[in-house]
Design a protein around this ligand. Structure first.
Ligand code: ATP
Ligand code: MG
Length: 567
């Protein structure tokens, strides 16, 4: 059904969680002869890593059980929904490796049916039009210790309710004037059953139904019935909806629905150093704290994609954390490790210098160019080798040299010798400073007997290897170094304003970085390791004459270390 099902990655390892156990039992007992699940996003924002958990669960079940998973847009709130979001959501799910086939649905396609069912409830004496305002309704709802108060309109005769509801539909009333409510029990211990609102008046243009409706069904009245219409067998949602389940079931029991789906709740994904509320993500975008929904610092699927996270790593992460009934907060380092694991396997190795310092090899012929063979990946022999030009002038990382290095520093310093990866051993003979005392050039000699980086016949040893880029052949690039968007582990806590904890160093732009020529070919999304530095990928902003790379993740979890040191 999708490439997520046939990859040989961890997501095919089925660790049975409580939902899969329920499904197994339902199939064994003959209650169902297959599974139908759904992923029901509201098109009011871009998908984020939390949605990925739900996507992997719902589409994963379809793949494992040979069932289907519907993509259904829960588009009942026209004021916040947009086509842009409908499109991005589809792109993101596909990119994650899942496919809904022909099963693309919109809750708005059921508006006629839902309207009929609302009338059905009115006829049965199970719904009434309430003239109270939203505030009055809220005030009369009671609380956990006190029962609610019946609306003065609760006993409206059926005929009057029908007429009033029709007037609501026909546009005779302005927004908020009246609502349709279910007539259940104002003293019910579960507040969701205290005559919940089914329809509200909203004179708003809908992205699909246009101006056909000025009344819109509430989420609770829409969701379960949409499941029933689509013959969903297991309707999987997050724990906040546990208290809504009795209402979900009440509608199914009191309406002539074509099937009886079962709602099952699981814990949502929470990550430290991250906000996941769509409202807050929208605020980050609209107030320009980030450069759009796909800013590589965002926890959105499109942001992670742009940053270079492979979809497989996201699926592996979701499989790893599993499905439980208990809310927990996961360490974002787990996600980053899942990314490293896939990138280590898949990324081609390349040489890039982000903070360059010039090396001049004084005994190397001025015009000579050698092509040295460098392997593309130590993890994958089939990736082969490439030829990298080497000549008299090179770039290396500034921090691979120290003017006065301690003993344990195995890179360059005056009189010290190191291996230049796959090329030669070079010895630093001298260095040049500018007027400000900044070292600008290293003067080195090379040993022709160390060709390919091999040890010389005299048995001399070196401990360090540095990477390099030929100055004459280097291509310049901008490199964007990302760090966590928030500098507080729990930016989303009610106790604080998440905007106060934006990490001021979440983006560092380096210009004038020096890349080996092969990197001119890098495509966005193609994983690359800059040797000794980290994993990177070309940004979509990258142009032939102005390359831009994003750092996906460092080689190691430097954050964990920094935190331990208290830094
Ligand atoms: P909203 O507050 O706008 O309703 P939402 O995060 O619930 O936000 P939806 O578009 O309604 O957004 O979510 C679609 C599906 O994704 C739902 O089934 C929801 O339960 C699931 N989902 C959303 N966030 C998470 C999360 N953090 N972890 C797991 N599942 C999630
Ligand atoms: Mg929701």
């Amino acid at each position: 059904m999708s490439d997520a099902s046939d990859s040989n990655s961890k997501d095919s390892v089925s660790r049975k969680d409580f939902i899969r156990e329920i499904i197994d039992a339902d199939l064994a007992s003959g209650k169902h002869d297959g599974t139908v699940t759904r992923f029901p996003p509201e098109p009011n924002g871009y998908l984020h890593i939390g949605h990925a958990k739900s996507i992997c669960l719902n589409f994963g079940i379809a793949n494992e059980y040979g069932g289907r998973c519907h993509l259904r847009f829960d588009d009942t709130n026209p004021s916040k929904e947009e086509q842009e979001y409908v499109d991005s959501i589809q792109e993101d799910i596909r990119w994650l490796g899942f496919d809904w086939g022909d099963n693309l649905f919109f809750a708005s396609d059921y508006f006629d049916q839902l309207h009929e069912w609302a009338i059905h409830l009115i006829r049965e004496g199970k719904a009434y039009v309430d003239d109270q305002s939203f505030d009055e309704i809220k005030a009369n709802r009671g609380n956990l210790t006190e029962p609610g108060t019946d609306s003065p309109w609760r006993d409206r005769p059926v005929e009057e309710n029908l007429a009033e509801f029709e007037k609501m539909r026909a546009g005779d009333y302005e927004d908020g004037k009246k609502v349709l409510r279910a007539r259940i029990n104002m003293a019910h211990p579960n507040l969701n059953l205290r005559d919940p609102v089914l329809y509200r008046i909203l004179h708003a243009h809908h992205h699909r139904t246009g101006d056909k409706w000025c009344i819109y069904p509430m989420y609770d009245f829409t969701h379960g019935q949409s499941d029933a219409i689509e013959h969903i067998t297991h309707s999987l949602c997050t724990l906040e909806f546990e208290n809504h389940r009795p209402l979900y079931d009440w509608f199914l029991e009191n309406l002539p629905v074509p099937s009886r789906p079962r709602q099952i709740e699981f814990a949502r994904l929470n990550l430290n150093y991250t906000v996941m509320s769509k409202r807050k993500l929208l605020q980050l975008v609209s107030e320009k704290h980030v450069n759009g929904w796909d800013d590589p610092r965002m926890p959105t699927i499109s942001g992670l994609r742009r940053r270079g996270y492979p979809p497989e790593a996201i699926r592996n992460f979701c499989a790893e954390i599993g499905i439980t009934k208990f809310n927990a907060k996961h360490d974002i380092g787990l996600l980053e490790n899942a990314v490293r694991e896939v990138l280590n396997r898949d990324a081609l190795r390349r040489m890039a210098v982000l903070d360059p310092i010039k090396v001049v090899i004084t005994n190397y012929p001025e015009d000579q160019v050698e092509e040295v063979d460098v392997i593309n990946s130590p993890e994958d022999e089939s990736a082969g080798t490439r030829r990298v030009p080497f000549c008299r002038e090179l770039w290396i990382e500034r921090d691979d040299f120290m003017e006065d290095p301690p003993k344990k520093f195995f890179r360059l310093g005056p009189g010290r010798e190191v291996r230049f990866r796959c090329a030669y051993w070079l010895k630093c003979e001298d260095f040049v400073k500018d007027e400000d005392g900044k070292v600008v050039e290293l003067r080195c000699t090379y040993d022709p007997e160390t060709k390919g980086g091999e040890s010389p016949p005299d048995g001399r040893r070196v401990k360090g290897t540095v990477h390099w880029v030929s100055a004459r052949h280097a291509i310049d690039a901008e490199v964007r170094l990302y760090d966590r968007l928030f500098d507080h582990a729990n930016p989303d806590s009610k106790k604080r304003n998440f905007l106060d904890h934006l990490n001021p160093n979440s983006l560092e732009i380096r210009t004038g970085c020096k890349l080996e020529p092969a990197l001119a070919e890098a495509k966005p999304g193609e994983p690359i390791q800059f040797e000794r530095i980290g994993y990177f990928c070309a940004d979509p902003d990258s142009k032939a004459d102005a390359l831009v790379f994003n750092r996906t993740v460092g080689l190691r979890d430097s954050w964990a270390k920094a935190q331990q040191k208290g830094g």
